[in-house]
Design a protein around this ligand. Structure first.
Ligand code: UDX
Length: 446
């Protein structure tokens, strides 16, 4: 009989994972403690903007015309425990307030709620990003609490999906990593992931700590790569070099590669910043803090980018923000997402606003979240409206919509045609030809 799958937590990761599991052909039951979220998903709507996810949900959520009906949702732990053979824990592990460590309370409470109801063999699979050592501890707790005792196993299966590509990354992962401690876990997970593995996704089997560390080290490497190129941008600015050309040239070396070398205002979002901090905190607990001191520098280079952008803007408007109008294109931490968590764009906009600038923000998908997080900023309904009367325009999130803007049309409505490209994503020649003063981070001024 085919395995039945449950997904605990229907946020970014959980909603995508549940829909993807249904797409792979499994019967899936998703649980969330928030009934409003469940009601939304049952209508085939997602709480966040993610390309292709609503379509995937509607292809499977029970009740839609033409849907497979393989995907259902519930708020009942009893129903979940009775239904599933494999339970995926997809709750979030945010940064703790005022600390670097991550908050494990959602993961712990998922295990504590589910375990006492597990009366038959089951596999619980953690997907959340957790400090190394968590899986071993949770595995013990599970066996203690579950009536089925040692017939209940745990595995760790970190998730590497990127926002904006969540569906693609889940259905066609570039690797599947599982951490197991004997038992049937590997066999069951090979069954779950048979299709992507047959289509070429590598399947890496490791022990618990290695699997947990794969996730945090992958994110640390990516963060380091971005901060490396941003450090080179600082040196390029001091020496009159061009970081975009430099990145292209070093990227031709296959050992370095071209990806994740886009210099700009740095990384943000719900993962990279908090994951490197939680990793440093955990290494400290393990007495291995020296191994990760470089991550403090990675973090500090990254945070410096935001301040640098603010300073370049101040310089561009003559030394003070008072009485100036600043247009900000982009609020989300990356394009194709409505996520503004730890967004460099919103941080820069906020700093300028707090220093007396009159800031107007426009973002294709992030307006609602940005308004909620930073209600005192000005907002406009289009790029054209945002730049009207501006003394300087900041390009802070590289949406395709901004690359396709007509610089000549914008030049007609601004007070001064001056643009700072915080993402090195616009075509300098195009803007300069239309009469703009174009400046980008880490590149020489014309
Ligand atoms: C990241 C990891 O990529 C993913 O594997 C993991 O599962 C979750 O964290 P995500 O947060 O969606 O995914 O964003 P990502 O595409 O990694 O970008 C993170 C940040 O880095 C964004 O703010 C982006 O603008 C910035 N970035 C990325 C750069 O500044 N330069 C680059 O070259 C690449």
């Amino acid at each position: 009989m085919a395995l039945k799958i449950t997904v605990i937590g229907t946020g970014y990761l959980g909603a995508t994972h549940a829909a993807a599991m249904a797409e792979l052909g499994f019967e899936v039951l998703g649980l969330d403690i928030d009934p409003a979220k469940i009601a939304m998903l049952e209508r085939g709507e997602t709480p966040m903007y993610e390309p292709g996810l609503e379509e995937l949900l509607r292809a499977h959520v029970a009740g839609f015309e033409g849907a497979s009906g393989r995907l259902r949702f519930t708020t009942s732990w009893e129903e979940l425990a009775d239904f599933g053979d494999v339970h995926f824990v997809c709750v979030n592990t945010p940064q703790k307030h005022g600390e670097y460590a991550c908050d494990m309370s959602y993961v712990e409470s998922a295990v504590e709620s589910l375990a006492p109801l597990l009366r038959r063999p089951a596999l619980v699979v953690g997907k959340s990003t957790v400090p190394v050592g968590s899986a071993a501890r949770l595995a013990k707790r599970l066996v203690q609490l579950a009536p089925a005792g040692e017939d209940v196993e745990l595995a760790w299966n970190p998730e590497f999906l990127r926002e904006g590509f969540a569906v693609q990354d889940t259905l066609h992962p570039d690797r599947i990593v599982i951490g197991v401690d004997g038992g049937r876990a590997e066999e069951l997970l090979r069954e779950v992931y048979a299709k992507p593995v047959a289509e070429g996704s590598p399947f890496v089997v490791a022990d618990f700590p290695t699997a947990e560390l794969v996730k945090t080290s992958a994110n640390s490497f990516l963060a380091t790569k971005i901060s490396f190129i941003n450090a080179m941008a600082e040196v390029c600015e001091a020496a009159g070099g061009d970081v975009v050309k430099l990145a292209e040239a070093i990227g031709h070396d296959e050992r370095i590669g071209k990806k994740f070398l886009r210099a700009g205002i740095g990384f943000g979002g719900g993962c990279l910043p908090k994951d490197i901090r939680a990793f440093m905190a955990r290494a400290g607990e393990l007495g291995a803090d020296q191994a990760l001191t470089f991550l403090r520098e990675v973090d500090s280079i990254n945070m410096r980018r935001r301040g640098h952008m603010v300073e370049l803007t101040r310089e561009a408007v003559g030394g003070s923000f008072l009485g100036t109008r600043v247009a900000v294109l982009g609020a989300t931490f990356k394009p194709d997402s409505d996520d503004v968590r730890d967004s460099p764009a919103l941080n820069v906009a906020g700093q300028i606003h707090l220093q007396g600038g009159q800031v107007t923000v426009y973002d294709p998908k992030g307006m609602e979240n940005a308004r909620r997080v930073f209600p005192t900023l000005g907002y406009a309904d289009s790029a054209l409206e945002a730049v009207r009367g501006a003394d300087v325009v900041l390009h802070l999130t590289e949406w395709r919509e901004f690359r396709e803007l007509d610089p000549a049309a914008l030049a007609e409505v601004v007070a001064t045609p001056r643009i700072l490209d915080g993402r090195n994503a616009l075509d300098p020649e195009l803007w300069r030809k239309a009469g703009w003063t174009y400046r980008a981070l880490g590149r020489p001024q014309a």
